[in-house]
Design a protein around this ligand. Structure first.
Ligand SMILES: [Zn+2]
Length: 71
């Protein structure tokens, strides 16, 4: 039996275009595929990506740069 709530809270990552589910009421969620973090807005049961969590992306980029700079 399929629950009606199964597809609610599903968003598509704007970075890697993978779909993932957001637990109801969550305002921030990291994509399980690429790890990018997003602010989530809700209209009723539907979740939508609002904008990136820049601190999180900057941290990731800084990390990647550190890794690239390894001798
Ligand atoms: Zn992603």
């Amino acid at each position: 039996m399929r629950e009606k709530s199964e597809r609610t809270g599903e968003v598509r990552c704007l970075a890697c275009f993978e779909r993932f589910r957001v637990p109801k009421g969550m305002e921030k969620m990291a994509c399980p595929n690429c790890g990018g973090e997003w602010y989530i807005s809700w209209s009723g049961p539907l979740a939508k990506i609002r904008k990136p969590v820049w601190e999180s992306w900057e941290r990731r980029e800084a990390l990647e740069m550190q890794q690239n700079n390894e001798p």
